[in-house]
Write a protein that binds this ligand. Sequence first.
Ligand code: SF4
Length: 88
Amino acid sequence: MRVKVDPLVCQGHGVCHIAVEDLYGIRDSDGRATVLLDPVPEELRAAARKSVGACPEQAITIVEDEAASPAGATTSTLALLANSRSLP
Ligand code: SF4
């Protein structure tokens, strides 16, 4: 699993850094978030998933490992797949 922060969307609130200090840093140069651990270690994966919803700008995306999900699928993609399968 990997976490990506879109630098064009991030506004530097720092909520992600407060939520998962070991995973997100805040750059001195522009005040935006940066991912410190890539890939995300097993022990931080649950917290990483929660941090997606904590970001007020929706700047964080989870990219699952290929073995765990379809190639290149993001959490948004997986949610769409799950929803489409529940339709009649
Ligand atoms: S919470 Fe979102 S907008 Fe705020 S610093 Fe983290 S990634 Fe950027």
